[in-house]
Ligand binder design. Structure first.
Ligand SMILES: [Fe+2]
Length: 259
């Protein structure tokens, strides 16, 4: 994306992204205590499905992440570049074969994590059956979340519901307003406190009632003034704290006391 969108080169490469990702992985591998997982909130790679750079970028993504400490699981969230702005049944199948499920939930300590494919909210026109399946599955997950069996319930998705305010206008980087409010109400009822997103290539965030929507900038290309970096999320018994760090500022010691 750096050479393609920002530098607008004719034959864009991705060596700079490789170097930045290696730097991120090296920092994560050195963290004490070890992170429970490393999650990439979508747009794992830049090349859209069906383009010539797609396969080599997939190969490099896997190659670079193979250096992540095997005790730190890598969790992949599906982004618009991964399955297309208007996904097709074929682009979804290819994604699943390459990176795994496009939506799923998992449990980590006392935390329930729900990972969504936000393209089903953005443009499901060619994959209505898949979108319906996610919708039905999500209802089940939300009733589980509501059961109170978890200390925290967290959602991860690529496109943020909103960037700064729940009533902001629809634009490229957020989701349709009516759907946004309908879904945020459901999340609120299920007791979800925080939703982590990507897509914007800048840090952003805001609240809908008790839910914080957190948008994290990228390891790769920046569209604003943030530096390439990552967010460290500290899950504490009563709260979830999160801070964005430029890659060069990532700490080694992570303080898990409630400061
Ligand atoms: Fe995106």
């Amino acid at each position: 994306m750096i050479e393609d969108y920002i530098e607008k080169r004719e034959n864009p490469g991705w060596q700079e992204e490789i170097v930045l990702t290696e730097k991120a992985i090296k920092a994560v591998n050195q963290m004490v205590p070890k992170p429970r997982f490393f999650i990439v909130c979508g747009d794992l790679i830049n090349a859209f499905p069906g383009t010539t750079l797609r396969k080599p970028q997939e190969i490099d993504f896997k190659k670079v992440f193979s250096d992540l400490d095997p005790e730190i699981p890598l969790i992949c969230v599906c982004g618009n570049h991964d399955i297309g702005d208007t996904p097709t049944p074929d682009s979804i199948i290819t994604y699943k074969n390459t990176f795994g499920d496009d939506y799923f939930s998992f449990w980590c300590g006392g935390m329930m994590c729900i990972v969504l494919n936000s393209q089903y909210f953005q443009d499901p026109s060619l994959v209505l059956d898949n979108a319906k399946e996610q919708e039905i599955w999500l209802e089940e997950q939300l009733s589980l979340a509501k059961s109170g069996a978890f200390q925290h319930v967290v959602v991860f998705q690529h496109i943020p519901w909103f960037l700064f305010k729940p009533d902001e206008k629809k634009e490229y980087f957020n989701i349709d307003k009516d759907l946004r409010i309908k879904m945020l109400k459901k999340f609120q009822e299920a007791g979800i406190k925080i939703i982590f997103c990507g897509h914007y290539h800048r840090n952003a965030g805001g609240f809908y009632e008790n839910i914080e929507v957190v948008t994290t900038s990228a390891i790769g290309a920046q569209l604003g003034t943030d530096k390439s970096g990552m967010r460290i999320v500290r899950v504490l018994p009563e709260t979830i704290k999160h801070d964005y760090y430029a890659l060069e500022d990532l700490p080694t010691e992570i303080n898990l006391t409630n400061l």
